[in-house]
Design a binder for this molecule. Structure first.
Ligand SMILES: *Cc1c(COP(=O)(O)O)cnc(C)c1O
Length: 218
């Protein structure tokens, strides 16, 4: 397991970017990983995890929660509106809010339950048609709309196009953060978290560098 390698590297990057130690949160992305590997990371004391599918997450996390305290789960994959209720039950943070229909559904769930997971808005910084996320030019008005529904907008999230320089996208997300006065920035994965931290990431989502390569699903 490479958890300590990754956490050490995050600390070093915080220092070299003149950021406060501990200001970057590590989300260990456990999608598709076998339970034994996740258990090792839990035993090492790590508690913050990311999953990209609601169904898959329901298959493993309720029982881990029975055995380990204070697990914080982030949904980092696209969410269908008809799974919003389930996602509200399981996740502490939902990072993939990206459209009005989903925001409305969150707002009515929040009202019903009296609370809501923290929310990040996914921004499609590369404007890729196949990718989820709201386009940058629509973000400001979308945030206003979400805030008018009293949704707790905690941050912005992006996944840069694989064939482009990630720093362009990280700096764009940072600019959008400042303009809209949101707290957090979820950006950076195994291959580019160094750059993301230099550009102001507060949350990095790291899978393969901790757990090893994912076994591809058939
Ligand atoms: C899988 C995934 C990650 C982690 O990717 P690695 O390259 O394994 O670190 C991060 N963010 C999202 C949205 C993902 O789906």
């Amino acid at each position: 397991m490479n958890l300590s390698k990754v956490t050490n590297s995050i600390s070093n990057l915080e220092l070299s970017a003149k950021r406060k130690l501990g200001s970057v949160k590590l989300i260990a992305v456990s999608k598709v990983q076998p339970n034994e590997k996740i258990k090792v990371v839990l035993e090492e004391g790590h508690r913050c995890f990311g999953e990209n599918r609601v169904q898959e997450a329901f298959g493993k996390w309720p029982s881990f929660r029975n055995n380990y305290d204070n697990i914080e789960l982030h949904l980092i994959g696209p969410l269908q509106t008809n799974k919003a209720r389930q996602a509200f039950e399981l996740f502490n943070v939902i990072q993939t809010l990206d459209r009005v229909k989903l925001a409305r559904s969150f707002a009515s769930l929040a009202q019903e339950k009296g609370s809501s997971p923290k929310l990040f808005i996914q921004v499609n910084t590369g404007e890729e048609p196949q990718k989820a996320g709201i386009f940058p030019e629509q973000l400001d008005s979308f945030i206003k709309e979400c805030r008018s529904m009293d949704l707790p907008i905690e941050g912005l999230m992006c996944i840069p196009p694989i064939d482009e320089e990630p720093s362009l996208h990280f700096s764009l997300l940072k600019k959008l953060q400042e303009r809209n006065d949101v707290n957090s920035l979820s950006m950076g994965m195994s291959s580019d978290f160094e750059t993301a931290i230099a550009f102001g990431a507060t949350h990095v989502r790291i899978g393969s560098a901790i757990f090893g390569e994912r076994i591809p699903t058939p």
